[in-house]
Write a new protein. Structure first.
Length: 324
């Protein structure tokens, strides 16, 4: 039996529907809160719900919320968003990246770094596995993905330890894997560790590949069978949309259309439309970017509408399945 674990229960993959494969619907990152960086505080339930309604108005049905514990996840708030809007939300077990670990880890009396240093790989594995099988943050709400991450052009000793523990948790639970790459670096290095640990890379989704728009790198990663998430849409400060679309179409030409997924990675108040900042909001991809992609793909000789269905419906229902 295959299933996808959402905050409202396990579902058949066919029930997932049109999916954003990486976003942040509610999060209060402990480190950024301590540093008083207000833009990262996605902490208003009503504002988040209004933006989700922009997504559902365009046909959106599901979101993978990539907020791990060190980035300030709140499974209860996510469940409320799911209940009130009707979308399916897949939540995150595991950890994000070491830059967040000076933040205070609730219930421990210390930082994330201190907790990680004080626990063995096996203990971290058991903690992450319990977030999938029992519940997150003292609730009975279970994660549907296990996550690890690495830094910019580096994998710290602590990140390596956590990564291998998360891979162990995947083996123990069958949960799908998700990795953070800082600006799209260390992708092949992550995959080398995945291979060394005996994990099937087809169970992994790699985030932020479009922050590093390198077609050779993308092709090498795709050849392993991993899913690649293009989640920097609307972030023109990094690259124009034309660069992202070209990278995606190059992968399609190489036969990797069944490994690509799309998300917005919206994690700032200024990116939301309903947090008083006037951002593009959660509806932007479906409302504006998808029509552009279809037009450009059609002009390049592809079936643009068919590709969007593959990226946003067919691929998520395979990427987020438990391998039990």
């Amino acid at each position: 039996m295959t299933f996808i674990r959402t905050l409202t229960g396990d579902i058949d993959p066919s029930e997932l529907g049109l999916t954003y494969a990486h976003d942040h619907l509610f999060c209060v990152p402990p480190l950024w809160k301590e540093k008083k960086i207000d833009d990262f505080m996605i902490d208003d339930l009503e504002s988040s719900i209004k933006d989700v309604e922009l997504f559902t108005a365009q046909g959106g049905q599901a979101v993978y919320d990539a907020t791990a514990i060190d980035y300030g996840r709140d499974p209860t708030a996510l469940k409320a968003i799911s209940d009130r809007t009707g979308i399916k939300i897949i939540a995150t077990a595991g950890f994000n990246k070491a830059v967040m670990w000076p933040g205070q880890m609730a219930g421990t009396g210390g930082t994330f770094q201190q907790w990680i240093d004080g626990h063995s790989r096996a203990q971290i594995r058991d903690h992450v596995a319990s977030e999938v099988t029992t519940g997150m943050d003292g609730t009975d709400l279970r994660g549907g993905v296990v996550k690890f991450g690495t830094g910019y052009n580096t994998i710290s000793d602590s990140e390596d330890k956590v990564m291998r523990a998360v891979l162990d948790a995947h083996k123990q639970t069958g949960a799908p894997l998700h990795s953070h790459t800082e600006l799209g670096t260390m992708i092949l290095e992550q995959l080398a560790i995945v291979k060394a640990e005996g994990v099937d890379p087809t169970q992994l989704t790699i985030a932020h590949v479009d922050r590093n728009p390198d077609p050779w790198l993308h092709a090498k990663a795709a050849q392993t069978g991993a899913f690649l998430c293009f989640d920097g849409i609307s972030r023109i400060k990094y690259h124009p949309e034309s660069v992202l679309i070209d990278c995606m179409l190059q992968l399609v030409r190489r036969g990797h259309e069944q490994q690509l997924m799309v998300g917005g990675d919206i994690a700032r108040r200024t990116m939301y439309r309903n947090y008083g900042e006037g951002g593009l909001g959660l509806g932007y991809i479906l409302e504006s970017w998808v029509p552009r992609f279809i037009e450009e793909a059609d002009e390049a000789g592809f079936d643009g509408k068919g590709l969007i269905h593959t990226f946003m419906v067919e691929n998520p229902k395979r990427a987020f399945v438990f391998n039990s």
